[in-house]
Design a protein around this ligand. Structure first.
Ligand code: NAD
Length: 440
């Protein structure tokens, strides 16, 4: 029980175990990926064990007063996967199908992502099991505040720094920073990122992930000798990541020839105006259906989305995890696969993409622009001095290019695919910090 009298439990992950051993369990996917890297790096078993499990998990039960006067009880998690390189960092998700294994997996990926970008932070993630579409604004606010009251002594600028993620946004971060201030008796803007600008948010956060996608695609194109002028791109998911990736790649000359979101999928070899499509979606509740010039509607099956198989030079999955697997990978042949989404490719597909000569920019490199600008937000909060947009973009560019080069070099030297190379670079850095601390 915490001091408010509610459950606040630290969990021994070995006792809890992994809830399902199916290969599509995202945490099993993470553990497999770690295994591969550990084998190549010939790490000792203690280090492997430390990398395979979160350091710490917090499970909380949250009573929230609903608008109709009843109380509803929600489950929440915060996973602090590894803090060897610095305070944990990672978003908070509000989702009906949230599971502890998904949060663990996402927290692990944050650990590798921060290490790969050489950001002095570890990895974390949080989630509340709820259906946000059924919550009023007031109920969301009370839920957000209850979550921070429950975990508020276990997070903070020097411990663990949350951020927006699925179904959470700057407004919710504003409530959270306020609740944290009430709990601790002082403002600490750097305890959470993705805040509104008026509360210590950073310029450049909105398009940061898409900008990172664009930068890594541009660098990959140089490596494989692909001219981006007129290069065909296909984007699955036209939300924050997909739309900004498309708009910024369009500025480099790429042509959007296929696009999908929850409302459908379309193919148009003549090109779709990415910027106008973004503006349309914003006015249309986030959906692209109805935009003139989308072209031919194609099948948008959940399991085998046709959009991923359209002929193109650049494919950007920017919707959800698990889109590319053994069942469809032989038909997916872009020159560059830029993983805007987290976990769009299942491990079984990696060797096939590699054999087929697809240049994969793995998720935790490709979509790391967001966390990089979140880190910049923490830095600005700590300095209490704010940078202009040019400074943010310049620093983001430098971080992304450096990380891209490190992965490319590792892949070339070890003759492995880019995802494994990215793991090797990231895990080596985490291990160096763990060893320097004397953990193993
Ligand atoms: P978003 O909610 O803004 O957009 C998601 C898009 O995917 C929407 O257009 C939605 O309609 C579409 N979509 C959902 N299911 C689909 C389906 N079955 N087929 C086709 N389209 C579908 O989310 P986002 O912030 O752009 O995040 C997208 C992905 O990128 C997620 O995997 C997220 O974890 C990852 N990511 C986001 C950020 C960020 O800064 N926003 C950073 C890193 C990674």
């Amino acid at each position: 029980m915490n001091k408010n009298g509610f459950r606040h439990e630290m969990v021994d992950h070995h006792a809890v175990g992994v809830s399902s051993f199916a290969t599509d369990n995202p945490f099993r996917v993470v553990q497999k990926q770690v295994e591969q890297a550990v084998e190549l790096l010939q790490l000792d078993p203690a280090l492997h064990e430390l990398l395979r499990w979160p350091q710490r998990e917090i499970h909380v039960t949250l009573p929230v007063r609903m608008d109709d006067g009843t109380t509803k009880v929600f489950q929440g998690f915060r996973v602090q996967y590894n803090n060897a390189r610095g305070p944990c960092k990672g978003g908070i998700r509000f989702a009906a199908d949230e599971t502890i294994d998904l949060v663990r997996a996402l927290a692990a990926w944050m650990t590798w992502k921060c290490a790969l970008l050489d950001i002095p932070l570890g990895g974390g993630k949080g989630g509340v099991v709820c259906d946000p579409t059924k919550l009023s604004r007031g109920e969301k606010e009370r839920l957000a505040r209850a979550y921070i009251r429950a975990i508020g002594h276990d997070i903070g600028l020097l411990k663990d720094v949350p951020a927006p993620d699925m179904n959470t946004n700057p407004e919710i971060m504003g409530w959270m920073v306020d609740e944290y201030a009430a709990l601790h008796g002082h403002n600490e803007f750097g305890m959470i990122t993705g805040k509104p600008l008026s509360l210590g948010g950073s310029l450049g956060r909105e398009d940061a992930t898409g900008r990172g996608v664009m930068i890594t695609v541009r660098e990959a194109a140089k490596k494989i000798g692909l001219n981006l002028e007129g290069a065909r791109m296909v984007v699955q998911g036209y939300g924050n990541v997909g739309s900004f990736s498309a708009v910024l790649l369009e500025e480099l000359g790429c042509k959007l020839v296929g696009v999908a979101d929850v409302s459908g999928a379309w193919s148009n070899p003549n090109g779709i105006n990415a910027r106008e499509l973004q503006a349309y979606a914003r006015k249309n509740g986030g959906l692209i259906r109805g935009f003139p010039g989308l072209g031919q509607e194609i099948q948008n099956d959940e399991k085998e989305p046709a959009v991923l198989e359209l002929p193109c030079e650049i494919l950007v999955p920017a919707a959800k995890e698990g889109q590319i697997g053994a069942h469809n990978v032989p038909r997916i042949k872009p020159r560059i696969l830029a993983e805007g989404a987290n976990g769009p490719t299942l491990p079984e597909a990696d060797p096939i993409l590699y054999q087929n000569g697809v240049y994969v920019i793995p998720d935790f490199l490709c979509n790391a622009g967001g966390v990089t600008v979140s880190y910049f937000e923490m830095v600005q909060n700590t300095y209490n001095y704010y940078w202009d947009l040019d400074a943010i973009r310049r620093r983001l560019e430098q971080k992304m290019v450096t990380a891209f080069e490190a992965v490319h070099k590792e892949a070339q030297e070890r003759k492995v695919h880019n995802r494994l190379a990215a793991y090797l670079v990231a895990i080596t850095r985490v291990v160096q910090a763990m060893q320097a601390r004397g953990w193993a």
